[in-house]
Design a protein around this ligand. Structure first.
Ligand SMILES: Nc1ncnc2c1ncn2[C@@H]1O[C@H](COP(=O)(O)OP(=O)(O)O)[C@@H](O)[C@H]1O
Ligand SMILES: [Mg+2]
Length: 475
């Protein structure tokens, strides 16, 4: 499984950290402990040395060596310390029961220790004391000047100390082992918790990659993984929406392409096979021409829209007079105004108003909006076009008609691609439903907005904003 790698990495990291800290802690503790233990031991031996020296003095004067012997035996058992007495030449004279008989009469050759004791000092030695012991011992020499005695040597075995240290190490090792086992279990549980949702997301991503955009992950933690899951679902939702738009788009395009093509094909074959008599042919050829014009317009609209939506569109901005552009657009559409006998009112904020925008794109925006206004006006209707400055550096352009209007529900959809309120497409044969999407995309590309206000059968207003140019006469 793939979660092995995260689990492995975490495990390595945790165990490594545990191990290093344990080793450092263990080394520091054992150094401190050894020092402390040795000091305690020495102190103990010194205390015992004082006691033995007192016992010896007492025994020497009373002649009763019984309690001294008892004391020495006790000492040997409990402290694992051997005790022997030396004279001023460093020769062993007396020893506790554990001291071998053959040592008596031998001399301690450590000159420094002997001198120290003779000078009345307490001395400590570590090692084998000139071969008397087989193992290294910790020895404290305590001065004693009674009779022929010059000092007492209290020896305790070093391996004894080491054994005690080893048992401490062992306890530490068991702790380390326990912590590592616990750590491994915790890390396992923890990394499972992290990797499980990641694996789930991975599976979901694979399913989405295969085209099932309805796939979601169900993770409701409030940590980073939860946030990732939320973003993931959000992404899936968007993909789903894109996919739906794409399908709708293709369905709409193919529908809008197919119907004119079908009628063109039908009329052409009817003309060719003589079904349509020669005298009527020009009428049908005109219909064919109209249909091809519709197809051209539709394909141009699709290209513009997809250019705008894939943000491949570059704006060619310049300063121009919006009033002049409105006049030009209206002139281009004069025939249609006349045809519908529409009364036109134009109200300019100033004689000239310069805006900074892409002139061709804004011409297209005006054309599409005025085209709709004419299309949805009644015969002998009225259309008003107005420019209103606002916010010091903007101008609003308002296109108002008094035609059939747009209901509240429809207002939400009219800027969507291919949306046409008249779904049957009967009344408005030339509309593709792309006009307002293009308007919106072109304005968005300028960083500007468009809004609609409409009361069905009263008035409909489309309002968009444009930035004023620096060189306006009144500015
Ligand atoms: N001035 C208007 N009055 C009434 N309805 C309108 C007006 N402008 C747009 N609409 C509605 O919005 C829809 C979309 O408009 P548009 O995108 O320009 O497409 P088209 O003009 O190709 O139908 C139209 O079909 C129409 O229902
Ligand atoms: Mg239109």
């Amino acid at each position: 499984m793939n979660n092995k790698s995260i689990f492995k990495k975490q495990l390595m990291l945790y165990l490594g950290t545990f191990f290093v800290s344990f080793v450092i802690l263990g080394a520091a503790l054992s150094a401190v402990y050894t020092k402390y233990y040795m000091n305690e031991m020495k102190q103990d031996l010194i205390n015992q040395g004082r006691k033995v020296s007192e016992e010896y003095t007492k025994a020497y004067f009373t002649g009763d060596f019984q309690s001294l012997a008892h004391e020495l035996q006790m000492l040997e058992e409990y402290m694992s310390a051997g005790v022997f007495f030396i004279n001023s030449d460093g020769v062993l004279i007396l020893g506790s029961p554990g001291i071998p008989e053959k040592w008596i009469g031998q001399a301690v050759t450590n000159q420094k220790a002997i001198e120290g004791i003779l000078n009345g000092n307490i001395v400590t030695l570590e090692g084998k004391i000139n071969g008397l012991f087989e193992e290294p011992v910790l020895t404290v020499g305590y001065p004693l000047q009674v009779g022929q005695m010059a000092g007492i040597f209290m020896c305790t075995s070093m391996p004894e100390i080491e054994r005690s240290l080893h048992s401490m190490y062992f306890a530490g090792f068991i702790c380390l082992l326990a912590v590592m086992v616990m750590g491994t279990i915790l890390v396992y549980i923890f990394s499972k918790k992290i990797t499980q949702p990641l694996l789930q997301m991975n599976e979901a991503a694979k399913v989405i990659a295969k085209g099932d955009f309805e796939q979601r992950v169900e993770i409701c933690t409030d940590d980073e993984v939860g946030q990732l899951a939320e973003s993931f679902n959000h992404m899936a939702e968007n993909l789903h929406q894109y996919e739906k738009n794409r399908r709708d788009f293709i369905a709409n395009v193919s529908h809008d392409l197919r119907s004119p093509l079908t009628s063109i094909q039908g009329f052409l074959s009817a003309i060719l096979d003589g079904t349509i008599p020669e005298e009527k042919q020009s009428r049908y050829l005109n219909i064919i021409l109209e249909e091809t014009q519709r197809l051209t317009k539709l394909t141009n609209d699709i290209v513009d829209l997809s250019m705008a939506q894939t943000s491949k569109m570059t704006l060619n901005k310049s300063d121009f007079d919006i009033n002049a552009l409105i006049r030009e657009t209206l002139e281009r559409m004069e025939a249609r105004f006349l045809e519908k006998e529409i009364v036109l009112r134009v109200i300019y904020a100033q004689k000239e108003t310069y805006v900074l925008a892409d002139r061709d794109k804004i011409a297209r925006v005006l054309y599409n909006l005025i085209d709709n206004a004419i299309k949805f006006s009644y015969q002998k209707g009225e259309i008003e076009i107005e420019t209103v400055p606002f916010d010091f550096h903007k101008i609003m352009v308002i296109i108002r008609d008094f035609g059939k209007g747009i209901s509240k529900e429809e207002q939400k959809c009219i800027f969507d691609r291919f949306y046409k309120a008249d779904a049957s497409r009967g009344e408005d044969k030339n509309g593709s439903g792309l006009g307002l999407s293009i308007v919106k995309e072109f304005l968005l590309a300028h960083g500007e907005h468009i809004a609609v206000k409409s009361e069905p059968d009263k008035a409909t207003e489309f309002i968009f904003s444009l930035p004023l140019a620096e060189r306006n006469p009144s500015k």
